[in-house]
Design a protein around this ligand. Structure first.
Ligand code: AHR
Length: 306
């Protein structure tokens, strides 16, 4: 029969203030810094204690960070898992220790851990949809014809897997859209620059770039300009996030579309914790609504870009 929701999940006592752990994956990117700031602002606003760790791009360190939060007996853990599989032990150990855990922005392998059973909930964007929206805008911009270089995010992370999938699924029905090279730039600016430079040297026939995040996009733009090419003309660019640099590049005509990935998780995450503490049901998947930025609406967004 049906199991009641959260039957096997750690409970959370209702309190006025909580001690919250936030396990961040890395901080080499304005998106990550904005996400951390959103958590810190929200903790301050509510007078909750925030235990913050930065895994500095290492899944192994992030597992150790969660273990240290368990040892410190935080009330709740908010985890932004770097990769889908290596963080499974952290999720399971928190559950075993009786500490409710929420996945923030990235997911873990759904065949190994489930919302409402192993962790309370996933709160974040629909990355497949982001990839689909990027593809839709790019197809429109290039009239259905492009030779595309794809800069992939961190290998094994849910945004890299899902943004690749959403994009590929959409362009399948557009035979003029061809991904001619695809490689990871690890969601990082300098890696994106290096990888793009190499791929473009090997594929000078490329006419478009699909980049899984704005930092890699900014790196690729630097590589294009160093090669004497004009971003926005020689190569049409689709990107994801909504950083200030990418919003400015869109405004300047270098990028044709930025699909938003909203990093401001503080309010929704802390609200979900309060709800769970009251014993109310929290949906196992809370999806942020993301916008699509083009030259039509970018000016209005720029002031809130981070
Ligand atoms: O998980 C969200 C992604 O991770 C963002 O697109 C990226 O900038 C970050 O590193």
């Amino acid at each position: 029969g049906l199991r009641p929701a959260y039957a096997n999940m750690p409970k959370l006592k209702e309190k006025d203030t909580y001690k919250i752990g936030f396990a961040q994956t890395e901080s080499n990117n304005p998106w990550r810094l904005q996400q951390t700031k959103s958590m810190q602002d929200e903790a301050k606003k509510r007078g909750w204690q925030l235990v913050y760790t930065d895994a500095a791009g290492s899944a192994a360190k992030q597992v150790a960070d969660v273990r240290s939060m368990i040892a410190q007996k935080v009330d709740v853990i908010l985890l932004a898992p770097r990769e889908e599989r290596p963080l499974i032990p952290a999720v399971m150990e928190a559950k075993k220790a009786g500490i409710p855990l929420f996945l923030i922005d990235r997911g873990v392998d759904p065949s190994l851990a489930k919302g409402g059973e192993d962790y309370v909930a996933f709160i974040g964007s629909d990355f497949v949809e982001e990839g689909r929206l990027a593809a839709e805008a790019l197809v429109k911009a290039v009239d259905g014809k492009a030779k595309i270089i794809e800069l992939v995010g961190t290998v094994g992370s849910s945004p890299a897997n899902d943004r690749a999938k959403g994009f590929a699924d959409y362009i399948k029905d557009h035979p003029g859209m061809q991904v001619i090279a695809s490689q990871s730039g690890d969601f990082a600016r300098d890696k994106g620059r290096q990888v793009f430079e190499t791929l473009y040297q090997a594929h000078p026939e490329a006419t478009a770039l699909y980049s899984h995040n704005d930092e890699m996009t900014m790196g690729a733009i630097a590589a294009m300009e160093a090669a004497g090419k004009v971003p926005g003309k020689d190569l049409i660019i689709a990107s994801i996030d909504g950083t200030k640099d990418a919003a400015q590049a869109l405004q300047d005509g270098k990028v044709v579309v930025v699909v938003e990935c909203n990093p401001n998780f503080g309010p929704a995450a802390f609200d979900a914790v309060v709800k769970y503490g009251k014993g109310e049901a929290v949906a196992p998947r809370l999806v942020n609504k993301d916008r699509v930025f083009t030259k039509e609406n970018i000016a209005a967004y720029l002031p809130e870009a981070y």
